[in-house]
Design a protein around this ligand. Structure first.
Ligand SMILES: Cc1ncc(COP(=O)(O)O)c(C=O)c1O
Length: 389
């Protein structure tokens, strides 16, 4: 997820432009006399929506707040149940809990995303929403998930925080369900340091999100901001003009980033295919995958552990699996589950199938700045290590 690799002159110029041409207005709304007509956060929202062929987008302070805001806008209430997956970032669960809802966390399958075959048996009268997470760039099995949601009248909110730039059968992630959320933190496809985005085909949902992000402000154009009105109260999850400016500059690079990911991944994967020791993650759409990570698994946990040790000895890192599992894998979250009745006693053994897979898995990063020669050398190095397993 390498937007940070390409933070440079364009982002610096975009920031300076706020001072040179917009009176240094750092706030997304109001101050009309000073800003010379530039509303960078709103421009970023429009450009982000356009890139995705979505009617509208709502920018906010983070991917975490994007999920919380979208869930509020979609009517999630205390006592509701929300189905999601064991392999995700902790934020997915935190946002569900912040709504007062109960997370129902299911195992992943060989896509390393939500296993759709487990959903129906976990639906209860309290179930309101499914949150599939497109982990590490591979779109979830949305056809199956949407069909189940439709049959049971459930909402689908895609967590596309790790899949900005990906698509499934020609449709961008984020537009495959009822709404989608993205993260723009420093590890994501594009970044503005911190930030989030919500998209949907449902313009009322985006309008409500936009207003919730800003204390309920309707942003009426016929009155000054101080006389603006609200239909409900919200909170402050606003994005600043500095983030908007950097986000706009980064968005210009999104297609280049995704193309480089896919090219580099194809080169490296074609070399690693020579190994008979590993099974690659099942990719739901080879052409649409974000392709910023390669995940594979071994037959045994011991082999995966040896692989990680040898990668380290060769000064090669892994990406999230296993190095950041503490933050991305449900059985590791005692600090959360001890506060949640449903999982308080069971969390250590609740996701056996996921654990079975994760224990045997390794994920490698793909970087944008790697050229073809580097990718070939990298692939050969990893293949050589695989030969020692
Ligand atoms: C799957 C997933 N969901 C949500 C988030 C939260 O995004 P943010 O860091 O912008 O709050 C992240 C960020 O790491 C993520 O990977």
């Amino acid at each position: 997820m390498p937007g940070f690799e390409l933070v440079g002159a364009e982002e610096r110029a975009a920031l300076n432009d706020i001072f040179d041409h917009s009176g240094g207005v750092l706030f997304a709304h109001g101050f009309d006399a000073f800003r010379k007509g530039r509303f960078r956060v709103r421009e970023f929202e429009d450009a982000f929506a356009k890139w995705h062929h979505a009617p509208r987008a709502a920018a906010c302070s983070s991917g975490t707040s994007a999920q919380y805001v979208a869930m509020k806008a979609m009517g999630i209430q205390p006592g509701d149940e929300v189905i999601t997956q064991s392999f995700t970032f902790v934020a997915t669960i935190e946002a569900i809990l912040a709504c007062g809802a109960t997370p129902v966390v299911l195992d992943i399958n060989d896509t390393y995303n939500l296993d759709p075959s487990l959903i129906e048996q976990h639906i209860t009268p309290k179930t309101k929403m499914i949150v599939p997470v497109h982990m590490l760039g591979n779109p979830a099995e949305m056809d199956q998930i949407n069909a189940i949601a439709k049959a049971h009248d459930l909402l689908v909110l895609e967590d596309a925080c790790e899949a900005l730039g990906a698509s499934l059968n020609g449709t961008a992630t984020g537009l495959l369900g009822d709404a989608g959320i993205f993260s723009l933190d420093f590890g994501k496809t594009i970044t503005c340091g911190e930030g989030g985005m919500i998209i949907s085909r449902n313009e009322d949902l985006i309008r409500d999100s936009f207003q919730f992000i800003d204390h309920g402000h309707e942003c009426r154009t016929d009155v000054p901001r101080g006389l603006d009105t609200a239909r409900f109260y919200g909170f402050n999850y606003r994005m600043s003009e500095m983030q908007g400016a950097v986000g706009l500059a980064q968005l210009e690079k999104l297609s280049t980033i995704v193309d480089a990911n896919r090219r580099n991944k194809a080169t490296i994967k074609s070399i690693l295919r020579a190994s008979d020791k590993i099974t690659f993650r099942r990719i739901t759409d080879e052409a649409g995958e974000l392709a910023d990570t390669i995940i594979f698994n071994f037959e045994t946990k011991k082999q995966a552990e040896k692989m990680v040790r040898l990668l380290g000895e060769n000064k090669l890192g892994t990406k999230n699996i296993p190095d950041a599992n503490n933050w991305h894998f449900a059985p590791r979250w005692g600090h959360i589950w001890t506060t949640v009745k449903k999982y308080k006693r069971s969390y250590k053994r609740a996701w056996k199938a996921s654990e079975q897979l994760m224990d045997r898995s390794v994920a490698l990063p793909i970087m944008v700045k790697w050229d073809n020669e580097f990718c070939e050398q990298y692939g050969e190095k990893v293949l050589k290590i695989l030969g020692k397993i």
